[in-house]
Design a protein around this ligand. Sequence first.
Ligand SMILES: Cc1ncc(COP(=O)(O)O)c(C=O)c1O
Length: 467
Amino acid sequence: MTHPVPQTQTLAARSQRAVWHPCTRLRPDAASNEPPLAIASGDGPWLVDTDGHRYFDAISSWWVNLFGHANPRINAALTAQLQTLEHVMLAGCTHAPAVELAERLSALTGHALGNAFYASDGASAVEIALKMSFHYWRNTGLATKREFVCLRHGYHGETVGALAVTDVEIFRDAYDPLTRRAHVVMSPDARQAAGDETAADVAARALAELETLLRERAGQIAALIVEPLVQGAAGMAMYDPSYLDGARALCDRYRIHLIADEIAVGCGRTGTFFAWEQTRDGEPVPPHAWPDFLCLSKGITGGYLPLSLVLSRPEIQRAFVADDIARSFLHSHSYTGNPLACRAALATLDLFEQDNVLAHNRDRAQWLADAMAGIAADARVSNVRQRGLIWAADVDADAAGADFAARFHIAARAHGVLARPIGNTLYVMPPYVFDAALANWLGEQLLATLQSVLGPQQDEQETRHAA
Ligand SMILES: Cc1ncc(COP(=O)(O)O)c(C=O)c1O
């Protein structure tokens, strides 16, 4: 199926001239710069281009969308908010959506965390947590604690401060001279299991390496930052929850903050509202076992508006209570706590509560696993893995060839799917609005796309689960 797309190309061409697109290469040969897909509207899990072709948003528009595009309930909440208050600065003023959202998120942590500090993008939330951690230690007389630790291949955003704790070469290397690079320690990525090792064994190895560093430099290190359970931009690297509990214990032992970056994995993506909840096997997380800082963004507004925030322990804020202005956290952004964004987030939390979303997502996770079985069975695919509504697998380098991600993305469009592999990792992370039939359809389209990109398998023996 190919799409004749004259109108789309018109808008796409104008966009290429007028808009500097994010995370996009500009090649000297203009013809090799793939035009962007010109989207006119959204409808549930579907995006509709300017010529009316529909694409299943298999990656939730960069992992932000939870309840579909143009969701009637979020739309209604936003429309009502628009009639009341579109924006007011949050320094010296406040408003109901910002207060209610902060209260409800704190309640979701059993009030272990609170004092929501708002910003707009994920990277800003990361920078706020880094600055707060450093400043906390300075305010408590430990000004030498100014270094950070991140995981190998961890990703925390693209601003200069966030890049310092990001270990993805293609995003970081060009700006390395601008950053104060963090210590990088072994990731607990379960794909590193050797021989009989389990994911928990890999986590234990990674913890041992972490402890060596923390023991040596506890006096200089302010915080460890992690993406709980799934390192998204690393290619959906998944790991055992025991790593998080172990890291919490080490950070306590060496007096180091733990920052949980739940920007991608929060809001139900991994099966629980916060990924961190999976450290306790279904039991509530006791107050002392939460991270010191928790960053949220992306899905918190259902994918509607830019909003990020940092929750922290009460004792963090107490260290900033002082007459001396130098001890205050004077960070701000113009749109901090925007009422529309907070209202969209409240509507998102209402949907979680009213529709029992986390329970239904357990069924959806199973439908997704079943639907991807065809791809999982292809012998050219390995490391099939899933955590909640994130499914991923790696295409062997020989089979994938050059530019696999770009070729797959284009081929998937012709099958009515918006997908963007990371390197040779094929993944799906759909909005929480599909049934078993739609999951099967998605699996079929992705399998057909894979076969069109890699070619058919040589013979039946290449099918992993062939009899
Ligand atoms: C784990 C994580 N942290 C931070 C960010 C940065 O968020 P933003 O792109 O909104 O700045 C991302 C974005 O993908 C992310 O996945």
